[in-house]
Design a protein around this ligand. Sequence first.
Ligand code: ATP
Length: 280
Amino acid sequence: MTVLEVTGLRRSFAGLRAVDGVSFTVGQGEVVSVIGPNGSGKTTALNLVSGVLRPDAGRVGFLGRDVTGWRPERLAEAGLSRTFQNGRVFGNLSVAENVLIGLTSTLEAARPLARWRNVPVLRWASLLAETAVALVEPPSVRRELAERQAEVSAQLDRFGDRLTPRASDAAHTLSYANRRRTEIARALAASPALLVLDEPTAGMNPAETAEVLEQLLALKATGQTILLVEHKIDLVMRLSDRVLVLDAGAVIAAGTPDEVRTDPRVIEAYLGKRRTVARP
Ligand SMILES: Nc1ncnc2c1ncn2[C@@H]1O[C@H](COP(=O)(O)OP(=O)(O)OP(=O)(O)O)[C@@H](O)[C@H]1O
């Protein structure tokens, strides 16, 4: 089954074509990585897929539905979760609370009238109802939140003893690597059909990168579908079923890691740029 189907995606910034007619698919249980030189449009492509940016043209299909232009929170409810390149956590919330946020879309008692959220005028009624139950906290809401704690713990346990002993610590006290892990745990909390990761190991040292690779391989073994942007080619080659190579906003190669590794256009895009960068 195709989880994600992207067709002819385009997006320009002030005349610069950041993403220029990109098409690809991600199948159920597949890990697809997007690589390419700096500025080739990788993050913009992820932003278009995850609703952070609206495309100028093209279509994003998710689980058989046209979701082009949907906002990120609506996509998250539909089963598409993402993390960001710079690791976004709520610093004053605890690690566990940060992960609980990822479960918001699964709450029922705490989110009365949630289905009205996407209806323009009615969404205010939904927001008011949510605020009211948050202030009063009836037993049904307390029970629901307590039940979710077990799911939060399960997500934290994925990362061995990195996060579990720190569950009550404020996120701003975490190391950079642990903030990234918290973000991944939050994205996974709602059991997304598609997990979108933007450079999950950015800023990590080789030992931390190797650990995250093992955790992502374990996740892949559970059948999790993943779309990934990553600069660390070794990680990409070990983790991916297929690799998509962007250069100047366009797909210049796509295939298995071995196919892409030996593709002359890919070698040129990387080595050509490196030579240019290396010159004084
Ligand atoms: N919001 C924006 N406004 C203007 N230009 C932008 C914006 N976002 C991206 N760009 C430009 O679009 C191009 C693609 O950027 P993008 O961040 O998608 O590339 P990338 O492949 O993810 O790069 P990197 O590997 O450095 O993260 C770049 O030239 C960038 O400067």
